[in-house]
Design a binder for this molecule. Structure first.
Ligand SMILES: [Mn+2]
Length: 334
């Protein structure tokens, strides 16, 4: 533990020195940013402002409407044709939050990452890479927001209400409201501090979970209807095609939580969700219970995640990738 702490400290020291050294910083996160991605970007934006940095937040995709309350100063940008990339882009440090796979930042990779002076990754997903100077990956942390809480303290930044609220959103989202496997005593202790700063757990929960549109409700019902069970009812597969999203008038991000429903059945040990985005790109998300390691399957197809929550973008058409994934899961059930 002591060893671990000192290693953490040297990583934190390196990362914070790098941040202090740069006056101009761009923050980004993974495509279709979720609660942890948005919470991380939002809190980190405020923290860097506190350090008098020139900060730009830009993502490949817009945020879901129910996160707009974290868009302090209207600082969130989408990297579309209207976004002006700074002329002195080569002076910037790019900080990538909540993913350690640069392909996951979408268009930001090609348009920004390739042009900045340096980039840095802060993340909590599993990674096969050993420690590199430009990354802080703590895969035991419940969320990127949990890591940022420590980093902000390391940087001596005062955690005010707005920062606390953003961090709390990330933690609530990524722990499934404090129940997923990486939820630890430390997670609760951070949450305790954030609530003491004035964050209302009830209000945060209603904002992010009780604010779905009717289109989302229709989408959920159509996707649930696609449910098929395999391996003696241990594996659930659901499918969402882009036509279904259009028919319901819903948004791709609104399908986020559908994958969790099958796991509420005791028998189901793996929930697989194939979803097509509006551009027709097919993604496979997987959630599991117990000892089933879905991140190794995701890694096999150049994706990643955690042991019980992982995903990848498919290079294969739906029927083929579905067969391949089911075959890989077969080792646990045959
Ligand atoms: Mn996360």
């Amino acid at each position: 533990m002591v060893m671990q702490m000192s290693q953490y400290n040297s990583q934190f020291k390196f990362i914070s020195d790098l941040i202090k050294k740069h006056d101009k910083i761009i923050i980004t996160a993974h495509e279709t940013p979720d609660g942890d991605a948005i919470g991380s970007e939002s809190s980190f934006y405020l923290a860097l402002k506190e350090l008098n940095k020139h900060v730009i937040v830009v993502n490949a995709d817009p945020m879901a409407e129910h996160y707009l309350f974290l868009d302090y100063d209207n600082c969130f940008n989408v990297l579309d044709d209207n976004f002006n990339i700074p002329e002195d882009i080569e002076d910037y440090l790019l900080v990538i939050l909540d993913t350690n796979d640069i392909d996951n930042i979408g268009i930001v990779c090609e348009k920004i990452l390739t042009r900045v002076k340096q980039y840095l990754i802060i993340d909590h997903h599993e990674s096969s890479d050993i420690f590199k100077d430009n990354q802080l990956i703590l895969s035991n942390s419940s969320s990127t927001c949990e890591i940022l809480y420590d980093l902000l303290n390391f940087l001596n930044i005062k955690i005010d209400f707005n920062i606390a609220q953003a961090l709390f959103v990330g933690i609530v989202y990524d722990t499934g409201s404090f129940i997923y496997p990486k939820t630890s005593a430390k997670t609760f202790s951070i949450a305790h501090t954030l609530v003491k700063k004035g964050v209302s757990p009830n209000e945060v929960y209603s904002r992010i979970y009780d604010s779905n549109s009717v289109s989302a409700l229709k989408l959920h019902s159509k996707v649930s209807a696609s449910l098929k069970l395999y391996y003696n009812q241990h594996v659930a597969v659901q499918i969402m095609l882009k036509e279904t999203i259009e028919e319901c008038g819903a948004m791709y991000e609104e399908a986020d939580s559908i994958i969790n429903t099958p796991l509420k059945s005791e028998t189901i040990r793996v929930s697989v969700f194939f979803k097509e985005n509006p551009e027709g790109i097919l993604r496979c998300s997987m959630r599991s219970k117990g000892n089933i390691d879905v991140s190794s399957i995701a890694q096999h197809y150049d994706g990643g995640g955690h042991k019980t929550a992982a995903g990848f973008k498919s290079k294969y058409p739906l029927d083929i990738i579905q067969e391949k994934v089911l075959k890989k899961l077969g080792v646990y059930f045959n």
